[in-house]
Unconditional design. Structure first.
Lengths: 352, 188
């Protein structure tokens, strides 16, 4: 499904009511990175695919595949994708100097090997200079709001943008981001005067092509039933599902992970985040204008899950959940008005 | 994507609060505006078992404000995996149809009219009829002189909504009356 997603689907979603063009532009930009990174990773990642036992554990045993198998890629691949993400974001004039800086310097550190060090360090400095020039050239915001300096955008901490970047920084960032490990991200952010939320977001974006390749190799059958042990979160990365879908005929529900771009079967009348099965504290919101959608809610963890409801439409075609995610932000906002929050699986933090 | 400052709204961690998207200068204005006009209605789902035959298919019942708004097969139950026979599927009507009888209706022999009667009267009448039919047909001995103490005029077909304990009492009652044609519809 990943390869079929074209620019066209993002263009179509702009015609739906309540869609934010800014958000579509951002997701489209990030998709360009994910797509380009697939070419870099093809044939190289995963170097050794997860063993069948780990895959079975993730599907049947109630754990995730990555509980039993470390998905961290080798440094050179991380460096290559970091450089790619940096280039894509720079071309899109993305104003997130902290993460951009860390991408560039982390790539230089991870890709550096002996003789290449001097050149890598020089590349990193040149990138920083280009960013500084770009930031200084920005016009003040039209509404007269304070023009933020590069340092002011990021969290004030004891750290400095020029703090030395060890070789393993990208790997640490990768590991902290896909796990949504709030504390590890904070620890990573401080030395470099970066905002932890932005590091969380861009780290997750960096990791997407890797996890999507893993997801594709697993070839998970969305209809596969996991009767032995229920666990919340994506079978591959353990993260919170982003969107759900109700299917026609039997009315079963599947969930989708935005990091891994995989879909898996999950029981109904069960909270996908906290596994609550008490029907008195589970419910769903329906909206008259959007009758082919519903928002599953849990009064125990206050989490909500937007879901496409195809029970009446009879539609069984594969859907582009990335586009649906961008196209249903208003449903999430309506749920938040009722007091619910984007669902979180225990042990993971928000990634925006 | 021009960066602009956005203050944190009261609720942290929500899309509306901006969070990361706000820090990137992503304007969610169109979505916020559209969402403001949307009215949500809250509903619940719970599972139950079909009251009819012994297969025991599971259903998901959706309710809103204590009214049943949908009944469908439970896709996650191993017995029926979301499917329902026509009787189970019609449970929605059992719950919601205004054509459900609320009073006992009786049509006297040869009458063309239904009349409303009370439960008490109806039960007395049914007991009386059953006893009379049984007494009129009761056989103490068969044609070879063996003691049988039975009636062939009445058959029992059980009832799918009866549980095990009710079926046990039902069987005892039928045998006490002398029936031998004792069956259960659920296994036919």
């Amino acid at each position: 499904m990943s390869d079929e997603r074209g620019v066209g689907s993002f263009a179509e979603v702009l015609e739906r009511p309540g869609v934010s063009p800014d958000l579509v532009a951002l997701q489209e930009t990030l998709w360009h990175y994910v797509r380009a990174a697939q070419d870099v990773l093809a044939g190289h990642y995963p170097t050794d695919p997860p063993p069948p036992a780990a895959v079975q554990e993730g599907l049947i045993g109630g754990r995730t595949v990555t509980d039993a198998w470390d998905p961290t890629p080798p440094d050179d691949l991380l460096a290559a994708t970091a450089r790619l993400l940096h280039a894509v974001l720079t071309a899109a004039a993305c104003e997130a100097p902290g993460p951009l800086r860390l991408l560039a310097r982390g790539a230089a550190a991870a890709g550096a090997s002996g003789a290449g060090d001097a050149r890598a360090a020089r590349d990193a400095r040149q990138t920083d200079d280009a960013e500084a020039a770009g930031a200084a050239a920005d016009a003040p915001a039209a509404d007269g709001a304070e023009v933020p300096s590069t340092a002011a955008q990021d969290a004030p901490g004891g750290g400095s943008p020029d703090a030395p970047v060890p070789r393993e920084t990208l790997a640490r960032w990768f590991h902290a981001a896909w796990r949504a490990d709030r504390r590890a991200l904070q620890e990573l952010a401080e030395p470099y005067a970066c905002d932890a939320d932005l590091l969380a977001f861009f780290g997750r974006q960096l990791a997407r092509p890797f996890f999507q390749r893993l997801g594709a190799t697993l070839q998970l059958d969305p209809g596969a039933w996991r009767p032995e042990q229920l666990h919340a979160g994506c079978p591959l990365c353990g993260g919170a599902p982003r969107i759900g879908r109700y299917w026609p005929e039997e009315g079963g529900r599947t969930l989708w992970c935005d990091l891994c771009d995989i879909e898996w079967r999950f029981p109904r009348v069960t909270c996908p985040f906290c596994l609550n099965r008490d029907h008195e504290t589970l419910g769903f919101l329906s909206i008259a204008e959007h009758e082919n959608y519903r928002i599953d809610v849990c009064d125990s963890c206050q989490g909500y899950l937007r879901a496409i409801d195809d029970r009446s439409t009879g539609r069984t075609a594969a859907l582009d959940y990335l586009v649906e995610d961008v196209g249903t932000v208003h449903l999430g906002l309506a749920a938040e008005r009722e007091g619910y929050r984007p669902g979180r699986v225990a042990g993971s933090g928000p990634v925006g | 994507m021009k960066l602009s400052r956005r203050g944190f709204l009261a609720a942290a961690g929500t899309t509306a609060a901006g969070g990361v998207l706000g820090k990137l200068g992503i304007d969610l204005g169109p979505s916020v505006a559209h969402a403001a006009a949307l009215k949500t209605r809250y509903a619940r789902e719970s599972t139950t078992i079909c009251p009819y035959c012994g297969v025991g298919c599971s259903l998901i019942v959706a309710t809103m404000n204590r009214n049943v708004i949908n009944v469908e097969g439970d896709p996650d139950h191993p017995i029926n995996e979301g499917s329902l026979c026509c009787k189970g599927q019609s449970l929605y009507q059992v719950a919601t149809s205004d054509r459900r009888l609320k009073k006992v209706l009786y049509r006297a022999p040869r009458s063309t009219e239904w009349e409303e009667v009370s439960w008490e009267w109806a039960i007395e009448r049914i007991a009386d009829r059953a006893k009379r039919a049984r007494d009129a047909s009761f056989t103490e001995q068969d044609e070879r002189g063996r003691t049988v103490n039975r009636t062939h005029a009445i058959a029992a077909l059980g009832g799918a909504a009866l549980d095990n304990e009710e079926c046990y009492l039902y069987g005892k009652l039928m045998r006490a009356l002398g029936l031998v044609f004792i069956e259960h519809q659920a296994r036919i």
